[in-house]
Each structure stands twice: as C-alpha cells, then as structure tokens.
Design a protein around this ligand. Structure first.
Ligand SMILES: [Zn+2]
Length: 333
C-alpha cells in the first residue's frame, strides 16, 4: 500500500542521515529543541517492560481515566461539567502521577431511564486525535479530498438521543476506497441531554477494524468491552463539528470527547514522525535503529502533556483545517 503524499513520512535512513544526537532522558525537551537538519536517537526503550510488545501496551497499558464509574448517580450526574472540563482535570492530575499511558478513557453515563446506546468503555489515544486532525486538514487543503457528512437520519430523536450522521472519510492509502460509516449519538441540541449523549458518542459500521489499527497489523480496533476511537472517527467528528459551527451551533465542539491538539502539539508530533529514531535491541538490523511506533509516540505525547499543561497541548483555538502538516525530510517520490 502506498501512502498518499500528504501523509508520507521520511524513512529511517533519511532520519539517520540527519545530524543526530543520542538521548536517554529529557526526551520531550530534546525533541522540542530539534532544529531543521537535526535528529534524535532515543537510546532506551519506552514501552514499560511489563508489556510483551507495543501492541500489548496499546491494548492493556495504563489509561488516563476521565471519569470513574459506569453508573453515575443521577443526583450527582455530571450534567454541568463538559468533557473538556474532565480532560482538564484528568490531564492536570498527571502532574501527580506521570507514567507511560496508552490513551484516555471514559464510560458512557447511564442516567435512567436513558440507557446509553452502547455501554462499552470508550478509549482514545492522543496519536489518533493527532492522526484524525491530520486527515481533517488533508480534506481542507487538498483539492478533491473531502469528508462528506450527510444530513442526520433521526431528526425526531436528536434532542434526546443525539444525531446519527452517515459519513464518508478518505483513506490515507493511495487508491483505497473511502470509509463509509455513521457517527452515532452526536450532541446537537443545547439541553440537559447533551452530556449523556456526548459520553455515548461512537461510530457504527466502521471497517478499519480487522485490517489495520494504529499501524499495527492484526490488532482489533475494538471488542465487546471497549470501543476504541480511531483517526477516521475523530476526523468525521471534527468535520461535523466544523459544519455545525458554520451554523453557529457550538454544541458538538463544547461536548467533544476528542482532545484537540494545538499547533505546538502538532509540531511536536511532526518531529516524532520526521526526526526521531529509537534503538531497539530486539531488531535484526546492525544499527538496531527504527522509526517510532504508535505506542512510543503515544508515550511521548503524554510526556508533552505532563511537561506543558492541558491548554497549551490540547486546547486548540485555531482552525484545525489550516494546520501545516508538511514534514521535514519527506521523500518527494
Ligand atoms: Zn478507522
């Protein structure tokens, strides 16, 4: 599969050819300081040794919890707090207990008699938030590329259960068909149901599950207990958010479960993709070097959140469609 030009990243050899220095600590600072023409070799492993490999870590590694329990007492239900309020609190709490995280997670709210549409735990990784933002930018910058959002299908139930939007999202691979699926439980109306609706948001009928998820072959996107947001769903939600905002409806933005990367965080992520290698004793090549995988990128993004704070890392005020995603040292052909 050939990746579309917009998503192309330099190879290990191209990064290795840079003016590279080695580091075992202060990795976030070292990456933030990388100038044009400079590279960094991380001379240690990042995935905690308790996990067999990166795949195992992404599936079972620690998550940052946004909220605790499945059943929330209706009297104490978080009707007043938006998802971003919870993210601010949870991201700030990292100052107390920083570690290697594989994403953040939350439970839908069961406020009877309204059971959530799907009670599975929701998980989102910061990498998928970034990759979703990249797909979103691609469709706003490359002619003919688009995320198509059809009119919602369940008009009568929108106020109480949220909207269902059929969407089409492009693939990052050349010549691949677009993904068609529905975004479900999208909050549109400004009423007391918007909290429950938003905590229940998910997709239906999305098929990147079985082929490839987070760049790791054979890892299931979701299972009977967990719904993992992927970049396609993130980008679809961003497009719904943008379209609604045009109509002066900020509810999907206010109630977004997706952490919105700032330009500085996007630039940090770009350096992870175009200027950093890792020494991996388990690989066969003589130099033991390789580009970072999604687990390592995720760990370093949480390191950035720890170093900065929620607002400077994931509280975007700019239009994500305008972000510059051009990478350094990217092969032309
Ligand atoms: Zn997907």
């Amino acid at each position: 599969m050939v990746v579309k030009r917009f998503f192309r990243e330099p190879t290990k050899a191209q990064i290795k050819a840079l003016d590279c220095s080695e580091a075992k600590k202060d990795l976030v600072d070292r990456i933030l300081a990388l100038d044009e023409g400079q590279g960094l070799i991380i001379a240690r492993t990042l995935v905690p040794p308790a996990y067999r490999n990166s795949w195992h870590f992404l599936r079972h590694g620690d998550r940052v919890p946004l909220r605790g329990s499945i059943d929330v007492d209706p009297e104490r239900a978080p009707r007043e707090a938006t998802p971003v309020d919870y993210r601010i609190r949870a991201f700030h709490a990292l100052k107390e207990r920083m570690g290697a995280y594989s994403g953040y997670e939350y439970h839908p709210i069961d406020i009877r008699p309204h059971a959530p549409v799907d009670a599975r735990i929701r998980r989102i990784s910061l990498v998928e938030c970034l990759e979703g933002a990249r797909i979103f930018a691609y469709t706003h910058q490359v002619p003919m590329a688009s995320i198509d959002v059809e009119q919602y299908t369940n008009a009568g139930a929108v106020a109480k259960d949220g909207a269902t939007f059929p969407v089409k999202v492009p693939s990052r691979q050349k010549g691949s068909r677009r993904y068609s699926f529905s975004m479900v439980s999208v909050p549109l109306a400004n009423n007391s149901h918007k909290f429950r609706i938003s905590w229940g948001s998910l997709s239906r009928g999305h098929n990147c599950k079985r082929s490839q998820y987070m760049g790791l072959r054979y890892s299931a996107k979701e299972d009977s207990e967990v719904f993992n947001w992927c970049a396609h769903e993130v980008s679809a939600y961003l497009q719904i958010m943008a379209l609604q905002r045009k109509n002066d409806n900020r509810i999907p933005l206010q109630m977004s479960q997706i952490a919105l990367p700032t330009p500085a965080t996007k630039d940090f992520y770009k350096r992870l993709c175009d200027s950093v290698l890792l020494q991996d004793p388990s690989i066969e090549s003589r130099d033991r070097l390789r580009v970072l995988n999604k687990a390592e990128q995720e760990i370093l993004l949480w390191g950035l959140v720890y170093k900065k704070d929620h607002h400077t890392s994931f509280f975007a005020k700019d239009h994500l469609g305008k972000y510059d995603w051009a990478l350094r040292h990217t092969p032309t052909e």
